[in-house]
Design a protein around this ligand. Sequence first.
Ligand code: FAD
Length: 470
Amino acid sequence: MTTTAATTTSTALRIPGFRGVLVTTRDREYDAARAIWNGAVDRRPRLIARCTGTADVAAVVRFARDCDLDLAVRGGGHNVAGTAMCEDGIVIDLSAMRAVSVDPTARTAVVQGGALWGDVDHETQAHGLATTGGIVGHTGVGGLSLGGGIGWLMRKHGLTVDNLVSAEVVTASGDVVRASATEHPDLFWALRGGGGNFGVVTSFRFRLHPVGPTVMAGPVFWPAEDTADVLSFYRDFVADAPDELGTVIRLGTVPPLPAVDEKLHFRPAIAVSSCFAGSVEAGERALRALRRFGSPLVDLVGPQPYADHQSGLDDTVPHGWHYYWKATNLTGLSDAVVDVVADHAYRAASPRSYSAIFHLGGAVGRVAPDATAYPGRDVEHTIIIDAAWLPEQDDAVGTTETAWARNFFKALERHRAGVYVNFLDSDDDSSRIREAYGDANYRRLVDVKSTYDPENVFRNNKNIQPARTA
Ligand code: FAD
C-alpha cells in the first residue's frame, strides 16, 4: 500500500528503491523528525527514512543490512523508552503511512503501520464500528498492537491482538510476507504480543465490532483523602461488572479540563474513568452505583461520542514533556495493595505525574495464555506509575519524580505479577522482558525470532534475542 507520491530527498544520498523522504542531520527538519512523545529521549540517528509504502520499508531494511547500520522503527513514536529512535543508525519512520480503510460489510479495517488510534477511531466510527485500541488518541497503532493492546473495549472484545486478523510484514531479509492463522502462523503468533522483534508491520487487518457511536462514558473524581475507600468500593464494583464496562483508575490531580470548575484544577484526586460498550441505558444502569458512591468532587459521566471519549485524555499527556514510567501487573486489589497505593500515589511533587490502574478480565481472560505471545490472561489489574515534568524544569525535578515512581514501584514488590511489555521503560532490563512473557512464551518467541531475524536486525525494542546471540 502506498500513501503519498514519491518525494525527492534533500540530500545527495540515495537508498536504492526508496521513494520517500530521507532526513539527515543537516536538514532543517531533522530535530522535528527525531522528536518523539517522550521529550526526555534525545537520540540522534544518522538518517531518518520517512517511508511512503511497503516497498520503501523493504528498501530501507535491505540498505540498513548492507551498510551494517543500526535500525529503529518508528510507529506513533509513543514508546516511553524511546525505542522508535536509535543513536547514529537509521530510522524507518512510518509517520507518513497512516491510511485506514474500512470494510463495513466484512467488519474489518486495514490500517497502515504508522497510523495513530485517532485515525482508526475516526474512520471506523463513521460506520459505527471500532476495535480495541489505546485510551489516548495520539498513541501509535504499530507499537501498541504488537505489544498486546489494552483499552476501554478489551473486556468485551478482547485485546487489540485478539482482533488482529492478519498483518503484512517486511522481514529482516527485506521480504514481504503475510502473517495470519494460516500463513506463517508462527510469525502471526509472535506478532500478537512479541513487539517489533520480527519485522516491520506495514499494515494490520483488524476485526471490528459495533460500538456507539454514542456511549456512556467519562470520569468521576473524588478527593485524594477518599482514595482507600474508593479503591475498596471499586474492587467489589468491578468484580461483578459486565464485560461491556471498561474502567481505568487515575490517581493524581484533577486535570484542567474546560468542563471542570477552575477551583478544582490540579487538586489531588482519584478518578474512575469508564466507557460502557453497550447501550446508553444499560451503561447508565451499570454505572449508577459507582456514581453514587461517597461524595464525588465532579462527575463527568454522560452519553458522548465514542471517538470523543477516545481523544478525551489526549491533552493530559502531551508530546514533549519529560516522562519516566514504572509498571507492574498486580496480584489483585487487596487491602495491602490499597494501602500502598493510597500511601504513595500523591507523593509526587509534579502535578503532571500520575498513576493509572487498568481493569482487565472479561474477554481478555477467556483466551489461553499460549494462544498469543501476550501471556497475562489471568491478570485483573495492571498499574502504571507515570512521572511527568516539563522540559524546561531543572534536572532536580526529574530526579525527584523518577525517585517517586521507583519508590512507589518498590513498595508494590510483594504484590507484583508480571508486567505488560508496552509499559516498560529504558531502565527495565532483559529480566523484566522475560517477566513480561513468562518462561514458556519467552522460549517460543526466541524460536520465532531465530527463524525470522537470526541476526537481530530488529533490536531497538524490548528485545528478544535470537538463539544464536542469546
Ligand atoms: P513507537 O515508539 O513508534 O514504537 C515502539 C516500538 O514498537 C518500536 O521501537 C518498534 O519496535 C515497534 N513498532 C512500532 N510500530 C511498528 C510497526 N509498524 N512494525 C513493527 N514494529 C513497530 N498501551 C496500551 O496497550 N493501551 C493504552 O491505552 C496505552 N496508552 C498509552 C498512552 C500514552 C500517552 C502512551 C505514551 C503510551 C500508551 N500505551 C498504551 C503504551 C503503548 O502501547 C506503547 O507506548 C507503544 O509502544 C506505542 O506504540 P507506538 O507505535 O506509538 O510506539
